[in-house]
Write a protein that binds this ligand. Sequence first.
Ligand code: HEM
Length: 199
Amino acid sequence: MMSEQTIRWLIKPVLFVLCLVPLGLFTFDVMSGELSADPVKDATLFTGDWTLRFLLITLCVTPLRRLFGWIWLIKLRRMLGLYAFFYACLHFTVWFWLDRELQLGDVIEDIIKRPYITVGFSAFMMLIPLAITSNKYSICRLKKRWQKLHKLVYLIAALGVLHFLWLVKSDVLEPLIYGVLLIVLLSIRAWWERRAKTI
Ligand code: HEM
């Protein structure tokens, strides 16, 4: 069993830095001129990928904790979830600022007219209340409602996969892999919940 001190002073700081590694590598590519002819697209794809990856990594915490008895993992879930939100904010900012150049009219038109943007934007909006209520105070105050609210993350991840599937033209392999992973993660939960009801 991992001690409280080890988690607080070793595991959490290491994880904090690890989660910034993708951003560091991308920044390095920017600095060394390694991006393609469309750097804004590169930045959108990079941040979108990592938003979805962090959402899925966060959803792995509970199954891993229950399957292997790694109770301490739960203490890392909040940080992972907030990193998903962090990369989502970057993703949205790159699109809003660099792609749409802060043109509110264009942005609203895109959200309404392009289904994959509608889906991505809805997922992003839903992430906001989860990020705001990811603290101990909200958990204590909202109690059962907190658990209900945070179940939204399943829908958010599903919308993230749909958003990805919708925007790719032909190469559906990557979004499909994320989709299958999500189905597995959600099925494990559904199965546990069903079993708990029948016991
Ligand atoms: C939870 C929310 C979101 C997730 C998980 C997500 C995920 C992704 C993923 C995985 C990609 C594709 C990356 C690749 O091809 O390698 C992507 C691309 C993209 N996303 Fe999102 N996204 C989210 C929200 C949004 C929002 C809010 C917007 C804008 C309103 C947006 C706009 C875009 C655009 C414009 C692209 C690139 C399309 C292209 O140039 O090919 N996404 N996103």
